[in-house]
Design a binder for this molecule. Structure first.
Ligand SMILES: [Zn+2]
Length: 612
């Protein structure tokens, strides 16, 4: 017996197919349904029904197949060419099915005929443009698609690129692994990426080899794809005056194989492709012996080097590969984010890699910040994982060290991540340079003494960088992020001298402020992972603002949960904070507040009790 759901789906398909069939026979009386064999010709297993019609294209008529798959009407009809031109003559035909829509296109799933009308219109437009040769340029703008589909043998090893994708043609470095080939402008970049990606386990990754980037005037048409070393020589002639000489240099130094990265700007940004010129079967390039065809006509070892190279390149076959970019500009925003170049050079020091510091560091790395120093003396515990970026595999490890590994593995292109398994005071004592070129320090230690001391130190230094302090109120129903800048109040100004907030947002019964876990002095605040995400966002956002559009004076932002949640947890919104502001009365708001400078502040004030 069929399941009811399958029956319903099949009924929906049948009804939609019947509507399509009626529409097509009205449109073209000669329209007819296709047999399974005729459908199968188009090479897709999913197509379930089809009709052959005559489609008007300009003054002509073209026989096309209208095809629907088994998901229809929750899919878009396909149009197949009945007399398809040879492969790669027209773009957007693979080989007989027209490629009219991308995977993000959404269509009306209730009115299949309306969708089909639009599809047929689009197909007619594409066929007309293809007949007139107007679509040839799409082979260039969509180069990676056609290169991958038509020129790369399945199972060939993928390349990953860290190069800065642009001219000029130049020598690059190539690392060959078993799962991928990595290319970069220099060996140090490759080494760093591999160390981050594989984890720094004193591993010897082996040598990198020289490779060549040929920056071409434009992406290649399929007819221009190289099939031999000789073709690559021809391409080099188009890739700048230095390129042929560089290719010769590469061939001279590459006895077994030569890696050439092809690059060009398409209308949509740079695109890359890889070719490996393979050595000849007999002997190596440098040590040639008869009957090697390369040295034909010369005594062994006496063939002029230039001629040998020429013969090598002419005769060598090649394999084509796809190339994925793994450089920072691509990973963070696919080249479309103009802030990336700026962010990649920024250095952020994170003091406290706990439930706020760690996710903020992860968010800043994901947003494109390129350099980090992470400071935390504590080891991860099991319960930490309930509100932390790290998980069970990291339990027992120092939080800063584990977070460093997490960032490096996730973003191997990061320029530098250093970890200090220490308090900030000890880390600074061990490394004078900890804060030297910091663009921003994020403080999320959650300890008044350590934070007050850092504020005191920061002010004594003359506030050389901005500091964002992030913390939560009890149970994480409210959170704060304060940026201390060159001007305005200091961190201490917002508290009494023992760390009591001057104006807390939420109020709690004394016995609920802290829970105790078994063990001497072990206290913790229970709070949830969900509430924390708002406060993470608050801190991450202020940190990004400080990096991108740095404020001059102190900024204080707050977030608070809705009043009902707070009251359900037996807390209250502080009436002083609400201050009769209608929008604060119900909680659930994000605010920018004044961080009032405290005249009597012993850290930034000018009164005699200021400490030095
Ligand atoms: Zn102050």
């Amino acid at each position: 017996m069929r399941k009811p759901r399958a029956a319903a789906e099949s009924a929906r398909f049948a009804a939609a197919a019947a509507e399509i069939a009626r529409y097509l026979s009205d449109r073209d009386p000669a329209a007819r349904a296709l047999s399974q064999e005729e459908i199968y010709v188009h090479g897709s297993d999913h197509l379930k029904a089809g009709w052959r019609i005559s489609l008007q294209v300009g003054d002509d008529f073209h026989a096309v197949d209208v095809l629907i798959d088994n998901r229809f009407p929750f899919s878009i009809p396909r149009i197949g060419l009945v007399n398809a031109p040879p492969p790669l003559t027209w773009p957007h035909a693979e080989p007989s099915l027209l490629c009219l829509y991308d995977e993000f296109t959404s269509t009306d799933v209730i009115r299949p005929v309306a969708v089909l009308k639009a599809v047929l219109e689009k197909a007619a437009t594409l066929i007309a443009a293809s007949v007139w040769g107007e679509t040839q340029d799409d082979f260039r703008t969509e180069f990676p698609t056609y290169w991958a589909r038509e020129h790369v043998v399945s199972g060939s090893i993928e390349w990953r690129s860290l190069i800065s994708p642009g001219p000029p043609s130049r020598l690059i470095r190539v690392w060959t692994g078993t799962a991928f080939i990595l290319v970069a402008d220099d060996a140090a970049t490759i080494q760093r990426w591999l160390e981050h990606f594989f984890g720094r386990k004193d591993r010897d990754f082996g040598q990198t080899a020289a490779g060549l980037l040929l920056w071409l005037p434009q992406p290649l048409l399929p007819s221009e794809y190289p099939n031999s070393g000789r073709d690559v020589v021809a391409l080099a002639r188009t890739a700048g005056s230095e390129a042929p000489r560089l290719l010769e240099e590469l061939a001279d130094g590459a006895p077994s194989r030569a890696s050439v990265l092809l690059g060009a700007f398409s209308g949509d940004g740079p695109c890359l492709a890889g070719v490996t010129i393979l050595k000849l079967e007999s002997g190596t390039f440098q040590k040639v012996r008869r009957p090697d065809p390369l040295s034909r006509g010369f005594r062994p070892g006496h063939i002029p080097k230039g001629l040998l190279r020429q013969r090598y390149l002419a005769a060598a076959g090649l394999t084509a590969s796809t190339v994925s970019r793994v450089d920072a500009a691509w990973i963070h925003g696919r080249d479309r984010d103009p802030r990336q170049e700026h962010l990649a050079r920024k250095r952020v020091v994170v003091l406290g890699c706990g439930s706020l510091g760690a996710p903020i560091a992860v968010k800043l790395a994901a947003a494109g910040v390129g350099r980090f120093a992470l400071v935390d003396p504590q080891a991860m515990t099991g319960p930490n994982t309930s509100r932390h970026s790290l998980g069970a595999p990291d339990v027992g490890q120092n939080k800063a060290v584990a977070l460093r590994h997490r960032l490096e593995r996730s973003y191997p292109h990061l320029l530098s991540v250093t970890a200090y398994a220490a308090t900030w005071q000890d880390a600074l004592a061990a490394d004078d340079n900890l804060f030297v070129d910091a663009d921003l320090v994020v403080v999320a230690i959650g300890n008044w003494h350590a934070e007050a001391e850092f504020n005191n130190w920061h002010l004594r230094q003359g506030r050389p960088f901005r500091v964002v302090y992030v913390w939560t109120e009890p149970r994480a129903y409210a959170g704060h992020a304060v940026a201390i800048c060159a001007e305005g109040g200091c961190f201490h100004c917002g508290f009494d001298d023992s760390g009591g907030a001057r104006v807390p947002i939420t109020l709690w019964p004394e016995d609920m402020m802290r829970e105790r876990e078994p063990g001497c002095g072990a206290v913790f605040q229970p709070y949830g992972a969900i509430e924390m995400t708002y406060i993470e966002a608050l801190g991450s956002e202020l940190a990004m603002d400080c990096l991108l559009e740095p404020p001059l004076s102190t900024v204080h932002r707050t977030w608070v949960a809705d009043r009902h949640s707070i009251e359900r947890a037996k807390g209250l919104l502080n009436p002083v904070w609400v201050d009769d502001s209608a929008r604060r009365r119900e909680g659930s708001c994000r605010d920018e507040k004044l961080w009032e400078r405290r005249e009597s502040c012993p850290i930034c004030g000018t009164l005699p009790n200021a400490i030095g």
